[in-house]
Design a protein around this ligand. Sequence first.
Ligand code: KIV
Ligand code: ZN
Length: 552
Amino acid sequence: MSFNPAKYRRTPTPELPNRQWPNRFLTQAPIWVSVDLRDGNQALANPMTVEQKLALWHQLVKMGFKTIEIGFPSASQPEFDFTRRLIEENRIPDDVTVQVLVQAREHLIARTYEALQGVKKAVIHVYNTTSIVQRENVFEKTKDEIKAMAVQGAKWVQEYAVKASQTNPQAEWTFQYSPESFSQTETDYAVEVCEAVMEVWQPTPQNKCILNLPATVESTSPNRFADQVEYFITHLKNREAALISIHTHNDRGCAVAAAELALLAGADRIEGTLLGNGERTGNMDIVTLAMNLYSEGIDPGLDLSQPQSWLPVVEEVTQIKTHPRHPWVGEVVYTAYSGSHQDAIRKCLLKQQADAPWNVAYLPIDPKDLGRDYEAIIRVNSQSGKAGSAFVLAQEYGLNLPKWVQLDFAPVAQKLAEEKGGVVSHRDLYNAFAEHYGLNTAAMTLDHYQLDRVNGKEQLTIEVNGEQWQGSGNGTLSALCDAWQQRSGQNVDVIDYAEHALHTVEMNAPQGKHAQAIAYVYLQGEQGKRVSVALAEDTVSAMLQALLKGLN
Ligand code: KIV
Ligand code: ZN
């Protein structure tokens, strides 16, 4: 890329030496407005059919949106028809307000009210562009002429509302104005245009209008957009009579950040789309912003808890697959492949109490809140090390491997991952574990054992492969080591051992018995150290089997 310093310029933003937004925190969710059915739909190569729009509409209502921009009814017949269907088929719940977009042109405004005949509550969203580039190169109009267009649009919106109310007297109309490309407009001038529009509508704190400030094309860093918003809000006359709405696009990848900072700067309302669908790089992603709030303990006021039910609808109507690493809802965003991450997650999850604040490394929220199970959190691949296998075997099969078993098994899991060339399934991992330690085969047949305590020592009598062995020791395992020593003349010591009952899955012990326990034994024999594992119907049998296997 050959860089030409004269080609691009910084977008001007106002001086704001006493800016307040950096000192504030977000404490509550904004008023949300979904523009999926308008901005999102306009951006699709194949716009949604009326049926698809209906499916998405129902999903948005179910999630809890109370204002939904349903389209641009004067722009095309399908958009008009969709508005009519919602109204005629009585699909708009009483607590939901529909919003419609229209340019500041009389015939389009007239047609918009025609589409809304019979509606109970609607926001009429009128806009014209105010940016320098559009004024100069597209409209070739002066600032005053552009302001006059906005004022004229505001008048038509008001006049046609009066007319529409004659046939639909119960309708509640709210007026919204957007200085399109606000972020590329001189902020003083945006204030001037919006005040002129408010002069027409005469809103009051009880009957507010909405001023929507779009970053139609994102062209500054989020902090400078926040300056623009704070400047606008603090210089606007009669600010209490307007709801300040923000509509950011994602050209620089910062639409969510810009919206968050704009809220700190005093905005009340956020327009955006699910997963950020929209023109070019898309609109502000409501899912991400809502979940950002949620992860900081702020109720987002939207129900996103079942992505498995709403994600497929969004993907189907937009024909856009969700990126696997999409914030909060991507397929692998709660999955750890790295061994050190897996180890940290496993340790934190073991310590996490159900009612305590969430405190788990690498997992910003509890994946269960978004319908995810822990089983997908840790995937074993060649980067995973011992922690990943240990986590999977514990979570999925209830096997609590002691450290020395984890270390012993790690090279087996590593080899398997390398052979598979990717993620190892949980089943393959268990099968490799079972095969490596011969869990499905008995080393020797153990038919009968008896333990007696004599003079503070364990006396073990055991029938192995039909022969009787005897030994004594401080415990069961040392008694068996003694019996072995008597028979074979070889010394053997138990360095460590562990056993536990099995609860999670049904596993078969050798000889078709149902395994209820597992034992792990770490032995030091004359030929070296060895780890041995066995399943059995009770813990003592499992320990004896594990040791016999090791001796064999
Ligand atoms: O991005 C934009 O400026 C818009 C306006 C019409 C609000 O979508
Ligand atoms: Zn937009």
